[in-house]
Design a protein around this ligand. Structure first.
Ligand code: TPP
Ligand code: SF4
Length: 311
């Protein structure tokens, strides 16, 4: 059995050199979600079959090319988890009825954006976790419907600009509601493993996937996916923004295992949230033409409230 302190990888040099995601896909330069997937696949290897919900990552594959070494299947936004159930069943039938050796078995993995995860596909995923489907779920969370022009999703943060909730005189914050807490929603289902990861913490990410690889049942990942196109920043800033998300405490890096939540990175001296906000065009209206102190303070307060019990 593994525990939260187990470490397979100690430094970035320990990560496998093999690449499972080939370069040159049509995704945007500096896509944080793609970097997260690339790191995850280094650990999972190529005996993986992907069920990919409609979204940015379906653009990875342009027939007949596919940058992934594993098999890949494209599904509707609501169906990647239901599809992975079908794949899992087919593999189990081949093993149990037709003698397929264990060594030929494949890891079934959902790839989905937050629109699919938090909104359209939430119900089938809830049912699959409940019946303990043996699968991995990778949500690259860019906090909006990226592929169709960055509309508001249930993950879009309060105070951000999206295409369907732009800031206006009567709606100075832009997005006015808090995002859904998908970590808590999934945790309430008591999955075998649940973790948040970021491309800026590759060793932490790799260790979490290594741990998930040893387990069976629902293993769920929320990967912060800084998105130059939707968030409005230069692709070269992707790592800086991912780092600030952790250093400000806005994105808690944690795992849920055997009934316990553990923070695997604790920002001891938190950077003020505005250092993270001010680098992104989607929060520009909080600073220009007039600084919106109340909204910035609200965002800071929420982060402070989250970390209070851990200080
Ligand atoms: C039911 C349904 N409505 C709308 C669409 C159009 N559509 C395709 S991709 C997409 C955005 C998906 O957003 P998300 O899941 O967050 O992934 P991202 O695009 O950010 O990668 C939308 C709305 C669709 N495919 N299915
Ligand atoms: S829009 Fe964002 S999430 Fe989609 S491919 Fe581009 S950078 Fe990645």
């Amino acid at each position: 059995m593994t525990d939260a302190t187990d470490k397979t990888y100690r430094k970035i040099k320990d990560l496998p050199l093999e690449e499972e995601v080939a370069p040159g896909s049509p995704l945007c330069a500096g896509c944080g979600g793609l970097e997260g997937l690339r790191l995850a696949e280094k650990v999972l290897g190529h005996n993986v079959v992907y069920s990919n919900a409609a979204g940015c990552f379906t653009l990875m594959s342009i027939f007949p090319f596919n940058p992934l070494r594993g098999s890949w299947l494209y599904t509707t936004m609501s169906a990647p988890t239901a599809t992975s159930q079908g794949i899992r069943d087919a593999l189990d039938i081949r093993k149990n009825k037709y003698g397929m050796p264990e060594s030929e078995d494949l890891q079934v993995m959902v790839i989905a954006g937050d629109g699919s995860t938090y909104d359209m596909g939430l119900s089938p995923t809830s049912a699959a976790i409940h019946r303990k489907l043996d699968f991995i779920y990778f949500c690259y969370d860019n906090q909006g419907y990226g592929n169709t022009g960055f509309q508001l999703s249930a993950s879009s943060p309060y105070g951000s600009h999206t295409q369907t909730a732009p800031p206006a005189l009567e709606h100075p914050a832009g997005a006015e509601q808090e995002s859904k807490d998908i970590f808590e929603i999934w945790k309430a289902h008591n999955p075998v493993y649940l973790a948040t990861v970021t491309p800026r913490e590759p060793v932490d990410l790799a260790n979490k996937f290594a741990k998930a690889k040893t387990l069976k049942g629902p293993r769920l990942f929320i990967c912060l996916a800084p998105c130059p196109t939707g968030w409005g920043f230069d692709p070269s800033l992707m790592h800086q923004i991912a780092k600030l998300a952790v250093d400000t405490g806005i994105f808690p890096v944690r795992e849920y295992f055997e009934g316990k939540v553990t923070h695997t990175k604790i920002p001891r001296k938190r950077v003020p949230v505005e250092k993270y906000l001010e680098l992104q065009q989607r929060f520009r209206h909080l600073f220009e033409p007039k600084r919106q102190d109340e909204i910035i303070a609200h965002i800071q307060q929420k982060v402070d409230d989250y970390w209070k019990p851990y200080e």
